[in-house]
Design a protein around this ligand. Structure first.
Ligand code: PBG
Length: 321
């Protein structure tokens, strides 16, 4: 008889036949950095995740480094917003200050910046508004300025999340022409217009004041379009392709892993984090086990890299193993 249970009999054999493993090397930890002083504010819908001002962030960074997490993904929350998000390319803006601070004090930590506008625009959309919609090509011009400004601050990698067409080509050209040919780009290549971003928009102050993001982010019903989006980013020279959100889009992660030979990242987003935390708080699920199982499923789907608010918790568990 075929007895598959033979290889499940004890921990020893289960370890030997394990097909996928989560390791700390897979993890990127997102950080919200707010302009100002003395800020350390927990995000209500994301227990354990805080907005920090730079003068309060060292404790958090010390912990990230001690846990051996290789990288952080920064989101900036400026004190001033305007129509175009001009603060995004201010060489002394909050994101640029944060990059300089981290690279100076934690040189071993790999610093990635989110390159977008929604936290910086008064209307909360990811670019320049023209006739009630985001103007793609006008946004690209500002995107190039923002990219160069992050590069000058010393960022290790840039990650554009705005879903404008031509993003990767624009950024690659801007970087190459300004003396930064070695800064890689992680494209938010397949990013869906998702309700799972809800808690993030509170965290980053980036909810749109009118309409929604469906004219630039993808329709959750589409799979082939995800392949097309990733192909464009691949052709334009994205170094890493990302799928976002993660848990409801494991099929897309698997598609990209099979179709492209670039590293594949996925973003375990705020809503995915909030759901686990809320259910665990009620005692309805074992939060720690659900966390590990969900992240492992992303690895199994094909993700090489996982961006997750759980990074510190996971790293703690893995270090005890
Ligand atoms: C936009 C951006 C968003 C997230 C990362 N970058 C939100 C959005 O598109 O509305 C979501 C991250 C999360 O939910 O954890 N710059």
């Amino acid at each position: 008889m075929n007895r598959t249970r033979r290889l499940r009999k004890s921990e020893g054999i289960r370890r030997l036949v394990k097909e996928n493993n989560l390791t700390v090397d897979d993890l990127i930890y997102p950080l919200f950095i707010e302009e100002g002083e003395n800020i350390e504010k927990e995000i209500v819908s994301m227990p354990g995740i805080f907005r920090f001002s730079l003068d309060r962030i060292s404790k958090e960074l010390d912990e990230v480094v001690a846990l051996n997490i290789p990288a952080v993904l920064l989101f900036g929350i400026p004190s001033e917003k305007d129509d175009e998000g001009t603060e995004t390319w201010n060489d002394n803006g909050i994101m640029q200050q944060a990059v300089r601070f981290i690279k100076k004090n934690y040189p071993s930590l790999y610093v990635i910046t989110d390159v977008c506008f929604c936290e910086y625009t008064s209307h909360g959309h990811c670019g320049v508004i023209h006739e009630n919609d985001v103007d793609n090509d006008a946004t690209l011009i500002n995107l190039a300025k923002q990219t160069i400004s992050h590069a000058k601050a010393g960022v290790d990698m840039v990650a554009p999340s705005g879903m404008m067409d031509g993003t990767i080509a624009t950024m690659r050209e801007a970087l190459d022409n300004n003396g930064f040919p070695n800064i890689p780009i992680m494209g938010y290549s397949v990013k869906y217009a998702s309700a799972f971003y809800g808690p993030f928009r509170d965290a980053a102050d980036s909810a749109p004041t009118f309409g929604d993001r469906r004219t630039y982010q993808m329709d959750p019903s589409n799979r082939l379009e995800g392949h097309r989006e990733a192909s464009f980013d691949d052709e334009e020279g994205a170094d890493i392709l990302m799928v976002k959100p993660a848990l409801s889009y494991l099929d897309i992660i698997r598609d990209l892993k099979e179709d492209f030979d670039r590293p594949i990242a996925c973003y375990n987003v705020s809503g995915e984090y909030a759901m686990v935390k809320a259910a665990a708080e009620k005692g309805w699920i074992d939060g720690e086990r659900v966390m590990m199982e969900s992240l492992l499923s992303m690895k199994r789907a094909g993700a090489d890299i996982i961006i997750t608010y759980f990074a510190k918790e996971v790293a703690k568990i893995l270090s005890k193993k």
